[in-house]
Write a protein that binds this ligand. Structure first.
Ligand SMILES: [Cu+2]
Length: 120
């Protein structure tokens, strides 16, 4: 009986200390990381935004896909990165552009969707 009372007292004390420590240690959450600098959004409105994106040679462009699936097929030309084929939803895919040029692309699911990456 004595042992049980002691244990209960200890648990109560520990709970009080933990609660106090939690309040003392609370800080504001860190700010979210900034979005990638070079991004093309394949939107649920069936457009690429921005339709034309200008980047420097060697930069990486992140294509972000929303809840509606899209893909990115580049016009066949030297320096074009690999296509982002199939159905892409709720994912982001990065492509690097190693050579200057104008790289046009389209979504094969929605042929009205066009965009261009201008690499300077
Ligand atoms: Cu599409």
């Amino acid at each position: 009986m004595f042992t049980l009372k002691t244990r209960l007292a200890f648990v109560t004390l520990a709970g009080a200390l933990l609660g106090c420590g939690g309040d003392y240690g609370s800080t504001a959450p860190p700010p979210p990381p900034p979005p990638p600098a070079q991004t093309v959004a394949a939107t649920d409105a069936i457009v690429f935004t921005p339709a034309t994106l200008t980047v420097a040679t060697g930069e990486t462009v992140t294509f972000t896909f929303g809840s509606i699936a899209h893909n990115v097929f580049f016009a066949a030309q030297s320096g074009a990165p690999a296509d982002i084929s199939d159905n892409n939803a709720n994912v982001s895919v990065a492509r690097a552009f190693a050579a200057p040029g104008n790289y046009a692309y389209t979504c094969h699911i929605h042929p009205s969707m066009h965009g261009t990456v201008v690499v300077q």
